[in-house]
Write a protein that binds this ligand. Sequence first.
Ligand SMILES: N[C@@H](Cc1c[nH]c[nH+]1)C(=O)O
Length: 396
Amino acid sequence: MRSKTVNTQKSKEVAEVKNKNLPNGTRDEFGSQAEVKEQLQIKLLDLFKNRGFRKLTTPVVEYSDVFKPLSADNYRPYQFLDEQGETLVLRPDLTLPVARVMSTTGIELPVKWYYNGDVFRVKKRLSGSYNQITQAGIEIIGYKGLKADWECLQVALSGCRQLNLADVTVELSQAKFVEAVIRQLPLPDPTKASLKQALFDKDLSRYQSLWAPLTGTAFEKFLSEWPWLFGDFNQVIKIVETLPRAVEVEKIVKSLIATKSFLNQQFPEDHVTLDLSVPSPQSYYTGMAFRGFTGKSADYLFSGGRYDDLLTNFQKVKVSAVGVAFDVDALVERAELPVDQRQTLIYFDDDQWELAESKLAEVQNATLCLSQSRQAAKQLADSTGSRLLDLTKGRQ
Ligand SMILES: N[C@@H](Cc1c[nH]c[nH+]1)C(=O)O
């Protein structure tokens, strides 16, 4: 009995402490920052709508199975159980729910969706990054060709332009490249798998010892450079071109070169780089992938890519798809916050509501003063640096 009392008291204490704190990796947003975020979202959504995309909203809570195709280390979700004991998660990604919708609704293809919402990814404690991120993005489903990839890049870079973000670097990569090269190498299968892993881990000594048997072959030049195969687009391609001819690699290179020309033509002031030494940014990508950066920050502004196999996780038919999502919080960080303008407080008596309304409509940056006395209104105006428009002047 006694110990029970102690326990209840203890849990009460814990609850009291926690009710003023936020869970790790979350934050409140208010004032200019929240308003700028809203404006950025409105601009992006207008851009999507004006290009003929249609709105798709999915729930924040989904069955955890929807997100099976994600790599577990990068996307640890918040998990909980529903009343039947099924595992639910707060969505860690917005593309997989779109794939789920497509496989369950029989909506006719092709289709272009846009969305805006939060994703939740549990990051390591003290990593300094947030667990709740706002994304605004598009998914184009039912088109195989490069035009759909380019439409995503066009939307991504037009969005940056509209938000006055200059000097964007688009980093291209290709989900199939590493596999396509490894397949050509005359090495035993287990060595191939280890080589790929060592490359991705940037474990250079292991990497070098694994490809050592190919020294003196036509692969040597490429293999000796592979861990550094990122950065200047033309230089990366030059190294790739030292490889013995292989149809799949050539196809990949051709589409990357065509995409670079497209970007240079449409957005001559932006930069294009290439990274062919990393794993795909998303485990579900099957083709070209892209990320946008500005300045020195490692945070990307947008991220996207082609995922032609994703829908096969939900249904038997293979469907081509490509999409891109802006990280709205990363955009807010780079936006200039407006200096708060002086506000006008409209003070009025209870029977002057209509007059107050008309002043509110007339005066810029005004708000109703809800104080109960003239003195309180004056105090509020002083303490907030606001102008006071007193409609009760001359009245009793
Ligand atoms: N869902 C991806 C972005 C994306 C949208 N469509 C295709 N990829 C991400 O969060 O990184």
